[in-house]
Design a protein around this ligand. Structure first.
Ligand code: PAN
Ligand code: ZN
Length: 192
């Protein structure tokens, strides 16, 4: 008889931010992404405190096309200057791998772009299911006052490519302007 991969449950305990069984965890503090924020003076000033920006709790499954990777991201509230806390953002290493996000706590934006210059963003709140189609880089931004928590699922072989986004970021940045959430041009991005 063929030995099949066994089905299993994972339980995310929101009150403790833990996954059972525990998988690979990624913790990103400001020092891990300080250059990605626009206001470098504000970023440097916050470095002593080095706030926790987000955590990713991964369910461990094989990294191949037969499987579906899935994880929980907890993105904390806060700002660097006027720019809201955000994830690094990435293209998938295999560019045409799609992804689904499901928000169950907090609020935020899902910022996306393609390599040929398309840009889009979606609002997320508890209950929102967002589809990131193939070829779109994606980043989340916490625009609220509480942790923004979402589940993600994507093909097991997708991989993550941070390179390009790490250098120049997305076309747009999400900032606080007099108490409202605003999408502004990213000055580092080359507009044609
Ligand atoms: C998500 C992200 C997660 C953290 O699981 O990896 O929210 O964001 P960064 O990977 O950009 O730091 C996902 O999109 N996986 O493919
Ligand atoms: Zn992704």
């Amino acid at each position: 008889m063929t030995k099949h991969f066994k089905p299993f449950n994972t339980l995310y305990i929101d009150s403790q931010s833990i996954l059972e069984p525990k998988g690979k965890e990624i913790t990103r503090r400001l020092s891990d992404m300080v250059e990605m924020y626009q206001d470098q003076e504000a970023a440097q000033a916050l470095l002593d405190e080095n706030p926790l920006i987000y955590e990713v709790f991964n369910v461990e499954v094989p990294e191949n096309i037969e499987h579906i990777q899935h994880c929980i991201t907890v993105l904390y509230p806060g700002k660097v200057g006027e720019e809201f806390f955000m994830t690094k953002g990435h293209y998938h290493e295999i560019l045409n791998r799609a992804e689904i996000y499901f928000c169950f706590k907090g609020e935020g934006k899902l910022v996306m772009q393609t390599q040929d210059g398309d840009y889009d963003e979606l609002d997320m709140k508890p209950g929102t299911i967002s589809y990131v189609p193939p070829n779109w880089a994606h980043r989340t931004v916490n625009t609220g006052n509480e942790p923004f928590v979402f589940f993600a699922a994507y093909p097991g072989d997708a991989g993550h490519n941070y390179g390009e986004i790490e250098k120049i970021g997305f076309k747009k940045v999400i900032v606080n302007e007099a108490g409202t959430v605003k999408t502004a041009d990213n000055p580092r991005y080359q507009f044609s």
